[in-house]
Design a protein around this ligand. Structure first.
Ligand code: NAD
Length: 490
C-alpha cells in the first residue's frame, strides 16, 4: 500500500509519531494509501526549515524566482496524466474534469504569479505641503517585502488547484511556506513535493506537511514562526482560525463556504441559462464552493426551467470516475454522503418536492468495481420555505433547490437571505437589470450570463460568512507582502 510522507527541506520523511491515517478511494470505498498523521513536532520541523530558507529565497532576484516557478508549471503540465489520475482516484471526481480543470489550472496558477511579480506596479506619492519657512517637498514610496513563513491550508474538493493558488503567490513574492493539503485527498500534494524538488526550488522553500486539522492544521495556525495564514475550507473552522490569528496578531485570509444564488430572469436566454444552471449545480458532484445551489427563477419561466434542469440532471452520465466518458462521479467520503442524504431527508420532511434523485445511485447501475462507492444522485428540489435550513445552509453536494420570484426586488431579497456571500450568477438579456442586480447582491463574485469563468487577475473571495480577504491577482500579492512606507524629504 502506498505510504505518503511529509516533504520537509526537499526530503520525504516519516512523521515523528510514525502514525498514519487511511486514505480511501471514494469510488470503491477501499483504503488504498496511508497519509501521515503529523503533529506539532513535524510542523515545528517544517517551520525550522522554512525559517532557515527564507533569507536566501527572499533575496533572490524576482526573475530568478520566476524562472523556478515557471519550471514547476512546466513539470505540472508534463505530469498531467499522472496528476489527473491521482486527483480522480483520491476525490472520486471524473478524470475528464481533473484533466480539463484541476491540473491545467494548477499549472496556470504558478505561471501567473511567476510572471505577475515581474510586472507588479509600485506606489509613489509626491508630497507638497505648506510649512514654516517655505513649502515642504517629499517623496513617499512603498516597499513591499515578503512576510517570511506562510501557513497554507486547503480543502479536499479541488486539492491541487486550491493548494497551488496559495503556494504560488506565497513563494513568488519571496516567502517560504508550510502547506497542508486535506488529509482526505493528500495525493497530488505529495506529488507536488517531487516536482518542487525536480524544478530546483531550494530546500525549505516549500514544505508539505500532512495530517488532520485538529492536530496538524491547528499546529500550523498557532506556530509562533508562521506570521501569515491563508485558509480555504469550512466556515466553522475558519472562525476558529480567525480567532486564533486575531489573538496572535497574524495576517489571515479566509476563503469559506457558500450558498450561492443563481438567478434566472424571465427575459433570459434559457437555451444558455438551463445548461449552465445544470453545470453550476452538479460539476464535481456539487462540491465546488462556487456551485449555484439555489436557483431563483422568475415565476413566468419557472416550469420551463424546472423541467430543463431535471432533464439535464437525469442526462448526466454517472459512473466510474476513471472512465473518460463519466460526467458525474462519487462524493468524497461516506461521512459526506451521509450529510448530503441527511439534508435531502430534511427537505422531504419539510414537504419539499423531490423532482429527481434524492437517494444513492442504485448499485446495479454501477460497474462491479464501484458498488461500494459513495455515489449519490443529482437531486432537484422545489417547494421549500426560503427560511428553512436546507435553503440557508451549505450542503456542498449534488443538490439544487428552485424558488420562484415575482419581480427584481423579490429576487434580490431571496438571493441575499443567507449568511453567506461568495458567488452569485445572473441570467438576463436586460443590460441595466444585470448591472443593477449585480450591485445589490451580497456577494464577492458575480457572474452575468456565465458561470465559473476565471481570470487570475481578478479578486477572488466572499463576504459575510464566506470569508475575510481576497485571493488572486494583486490581492494575493498584497496579502503575502508587508508594506513599508519610506518618506524622503527633498
Ligand atoms: P474543512 O474546514 O473541514 O477543512 C479544510 C482544511 O482545514 C483541511 O485541510 C483540514 O484538515 C483543515 N482543518 C480542519 N480543522 C482545522 C483546524 N482546527 N485548524 C487548522 N486546520 C484545520 O473543510 P473541507 O470539508 O475540507 O472543505 C469543504 C469546505 O471548504 C466547504 O465549506 C467549502 O465551501 C469550502 N471551500 C471554500 C472555497 C472558497 O474559495 N471559498 C473553496 C473550496 C472549498
Amino acid at each position: 500500500m502506498h505510504q505518503i510522507k511529509n516533504f520537509i527541506n526537499n526530503e520525504f520523511i516519516e512523521p515523528a509519531s510514525r502514525d498514519y491515517l487511511d486514505v480511501t478511494e471514494p469510488a470503491t470505498g477501499q483504503v488504498y494509501a496511508k497519509v501521515p498523521l503529523s503533529d506539532a513536532a513535524d510542523v515545528d520541523r517544517a517551520a525550522v526549515a522554512a525559517k532557515a530558507a527564507f533569507p536566501a529565497w527572499a533575496a533572490l532576484p524576482a526573475a530568478e524566482r520566476s524562472r523556478l516557478l515557471l519550471r514547476l508549471a512546466d513539470l505540472i503540465d508534463a505530469n498531467l496524466d499522472r496528476l489527473a489520475q491521482a486527483e480522480s482516484l483520491d476525490c472520486g471526481k471524473p478524470i475528464a474534469l481533473a484533466r480539463a480543470i484541476d491540473i491545467p489550472r494548477s499549472a496556470a496558477n504558478f505561471r501567473y504569479f511567476a510572471t505577475a511579480i515581474l510586472h507588479t506596479p509600485g506606489e509613489m506619492y509626491e508630497t507638497d505641503q505648506p510649512a514654516v519657512g517655505g513649502p515642504l517637498h517629499a517623496i513617499n514610496y512603498t516597499l513591499r517585502r515578503p512576510r517570511s513563513v506562510a501557513g497554507l491550508i486547503s480543502p479536499w474538493n479541488l486539492p491541487l488547484y486550491l493548494l497551488s493558488w496559495k503556494i504560488a503567490p506565497a513563494i513568488a513574492t519571496g516567502n517560504t511556506c508550510i502547506a497542508k493539503p486535506s488529509e482526505v485527498t493528500p495525493m497530488t500534494g505529495a506529488i507536488l513535493g517531487e516536482l518542487v524538488r525536480e524544478a530546483g526550488i531550494p530546500p525549505g522553500v516549500v514544505n508539505i506537511v500532512h495530517g488532520d486539522g485538529r492536530t496538524c492544521g491547528s499546529a500550523i495556525v498557532s506556530h509562533p514562526d508562521v506570521p501569515a495564514i491563508s485558509f480555504t475550507g469550512s466556515t466553522g473552522v475558519g472562525r476558529w482560525i480567525g480567532e486564533t490569528c486575531g489573538r496572535m496578531l497574524k495576517r489571515v485570509s479566509l476563503e469559506l463556504g457558500g450558498k450561492n444564488p443563481f438567478i434566472i430572469f424571465d427575459d433570459a436566454d434559457l437555451a444558455q441559462a438551463i445548461p449552465t444552471a445544470v453545470r453550476g449545480a452538479f460539476t464535481n458532484q456539487g462540491q465546488i464552493c462556487l456551485c449555484g445551489s439555489r436557483l431563483l427563477v422568475h415565476q413566468r419561466v419557472f416550469e420551463r426551467v424546472l423541467d430543463g434542469v431535471v432533464a439535464g440532471a437525469k442526462a448526466l452520465k454517472i459512473g466510474d470516475p476513471s472512465d473518460a466518458a463519466t460526467q458525474f462521479g462519487a462524493l468524497v467520503s461516506r461521512q459526506h454522503l451521509d450529510k448530503v442524504a441527511g439534508m435531502v431527508d430534511e427537505a422531504r420532511q419539510l414537504r419539499g418536492v423531490i423532482h429527481c434523485g434524492g437517494a444513492s445511485v442504485p448499485t446495479a447501475s454501477l460497474s462491479e468495481r464501484c458498488r461500494n462507492g459513495y455515489f449519490y444522485q443529482p437531486t432537484v428540489i422545489s417547494g421549500l420555505d426560503p427560511a428553512c435550513r436546507v435553503e440557508r445552509e451549505e450542503i456542498f453536494g449534488p443538490v439544487v433547490t428552485l424558488q420562484p420570484f415575482d419581480d427584481d426586488e423579490h429576487a434580490i431579497s431571496l438571493a441575499n437571505a443567507t449568511d453567506y456571500g461568495l458567488a452569485a450568477t445572473i441570467f438576463t438579456n436586460d443590460l441595466s437589470r444585470a448591472h443593477r442586480t449585480a450591485d445589490r447582491l451580497h456577494s464577492g463574485i458575480v457572474w452575468i450570463n456565465s458561470w465559473l469563468v476565471r481570470d487570475l487577475r481578478t479578486p477572488f473571495g466572499g463576504t459575510k460568512a464566506s470569508g475575510v480577504g481576497r485571493e488572486g491577482g494583486l490581492e494575493a500579492i498584497r496579502f503575502f507582502t508587508e508594506p513599508k512606507n519610506v518618506c524622503v524629504r527633498i
